[in-house]
Write a protein that binds this ligand. Structure first.
Ligand code: CUA
Length: 254
């Protein structure tokens, strides 16, 4: 339903959308009922000439019902939401499917950088491909991402995937996604991380297997490859952002 307004491009985007819709529908229903009832009461018990006010304490049984019955109904709705939320949380955050490919995602003030395993499919080998602000992935492939921060708390968010995961310095957090349609999707940092937070953006480029193979071949034969194959090149070294002119720079090998 939400997809009509916002592209869903991962296997779990639908379940997040359904949960948001469930919450909006239940909360919206009670909002309309409660506001409607409030305005009806205001109208029904408006000031009338010659009619004295009633001073009620609300402790009488027939009045108390107006609190306890809606209260129980709202709690029942809460339980429905909790069951839905736990299911979605379990399926996305706990029950992580086995990886077909693993990439690393580095957050730092104020850019995203990525490490792709390259042609051999193994991380920390000479043919790894490092990119800044651009993550290239293959469609219909289960990716694990190992997310770390080099400085403060950031959040890796890809709205089209309905993916959001905080990056915490000192920790490597593994998450996953499986993109379902080729295209270019936004990445945006979603934790306040300093003056450059709002420009801490990037792109996920979901490619067909042919496009992805072409990208891997092109990237690993670029002049940077020699540098990347240098075992001395530090995996966790900070990126010198003064060398990054903007989003157009697709590949930087620190
Ligand atoms: Cu990084 Cu906000």
């Amino acid at each position: 339903m939400l997809e009509r307004f916002l592209t869903g491009a991962s296997t779990y985007s639908h379940s997040i959308d359904h949960l948001i819709f469930l919450i909006a529908a239940l909360v919206g229903f009670w909002l309309i009922v409660a506001e409607g009832f409030l305005f009806w009461l205001i109208f029904r018990f408006r000031h009338r000439e010659g009619q004295p006010s009633q001073y009620v304490t609300g402790e009488e049984k027939h009045l108390k019902r107006w609190i306890t019955v809606p209260h129980m109904l709202v709690i029942a709705c809460d339980i429905v939401i909790i069951i839905g939320a736990v299911q979605v949380w379990f399926n996305i955050k706990q029950n992580i499917p086995p990886a077909e490919q693993t990439v690393r995602v580095y957050a730092q003030q104020w850019a995203w950088s990525f490490q792709d395993p390259g042609p051999d499919g193994l991380l920390d080998t000479g043919d790894d491909i490092r990119t800044v602000r651009e993550l290239h992935v293959k469609v219909n492939t289960t990716y694990h991402f190992e997310l770390t921060s080099r400085d403060v708390v950031h959040s890796f968010c890809v709205p089209a995937f309905r993916l959001k995961q905080d990056a915490v310095p000192g920790r490597t957090i593994t998450g996953w996604f499986r993109a379902t349609r080729p295209g270019t999707y936004d990445i945006q940092c979603t934790q306040m991380c300093g003056i450059g937070h709002s420009v801490m953006a990037g792109r996920v480029i979901v490619e067909t297997p042919e496009q992805h193979a072409r990208w891997i071949n092109g990237a690993s034969s670029s002049p940077y490859a020699a540098q990347a194959s240098n075992p001395a090149s530090p995996t966790h070294a900070s990126l010198d952002l003064s060398t990054v002119p903007g989003a157009a720079l697709a590949e930087v090998r620190p």
